[in-house]
Design a protein around this ligand. Sequence first.
Ligand code: PHE
Length: 352
Amino acid sequence: MANDADLEQRLRDLTLVKDTARSEIDNAADTETLEALRIKYLGKKGLLSTFLKGLGNLPQEKRRQIGLLANEARELVEVLLERRRDVLKRKELEERLSAERIDVSLPATPVLIGRKHPLMETLEEVERIFTSMGFEIAEGPEVEYDYYNFVALNIPKGHPARDMQASFYITDEILLRTHTSPVQIRAMRSKAPALPVRLIATGKVYRRDDDATHSPMFHQIEGLVIDKRVTMGDLKGVLLEFARQMYGRQATVRLRPSYFPFTEPSAEVDVSCTVCGGRGCRTCKGTGWLEILGSGMVHPKVLENGGYDPAKVTGFAFGMGLERIAMLRYGLDDIRVFFQNDIRFLHTVGRM
Ligand code: PHE
């Protein structure tokens, strides 16, 4: 009889285990909790295993009966666990998907793409224009002999024109070139007596000058043409074509008498104002013209120093500041912006 009471008790225990398992499993909030419940009920030391082990002292018949029920309970718990696991897995996947959702309609993170420095863009444009007219590109050193920078260009020691180009000297005879004109001499000497000479030389030059329109380092573009019967008309024609390609077909040029020791006659060249087209505005100070370069017919002494015979050939030369050309092109009034490396300027100038 005691056995019957014991059996009853065990059946109640089993029902209780089943019921709590069901409610705990149904309430499990995540798969981790669920795994803990699996161990709690089905693990080696779990409630159902212990329950089965505790049947040892029952008579065989009863043991079989309750064993069957316990196994049913075990299967039931397995099924409940599995169902709950499916539900939780789906829920967790949905949560992850919504947390990691990518809005493909969001604008992309902008990538800052580099660009050429505006001076180099302008230089390439100038080079394109002159090479399209048959000019070659020449180069010379930035650290130059006083001889090439001045003497060979008809500017001997003590010549007042040296004052116009306040120089950085390295020794008495070596300096940072103050202009690209020494390349005239170097190029002539490497070519003479071959004809024609038709080149531009571009690069850095240095002067002791520093304000809104002067930088101690700046760039020049030198032009040199030597051949039989080259005239000032050719000079003007080449510069007019340059101005038109650079500033538009409506651009015109004018020559004003000037003086350079290495050209004779010499002329300053103006281009019709790139802002007002010649009517007169602030940029051209009401004149309608903007000065862009110095030029002239190569001085006979310079031809000679370059190895050419001034009785047989003539030539013209011109020199312009790249920064000035670029400032007019982009409508800038301060040269220093080219060298301050402000990325906002470098990125947007000429692109707005
Ligand atoms: N070298 C001159 C300067 O720097 C410019 C120039 C070049 C003038 C060639 C005439 C001919 O001012």
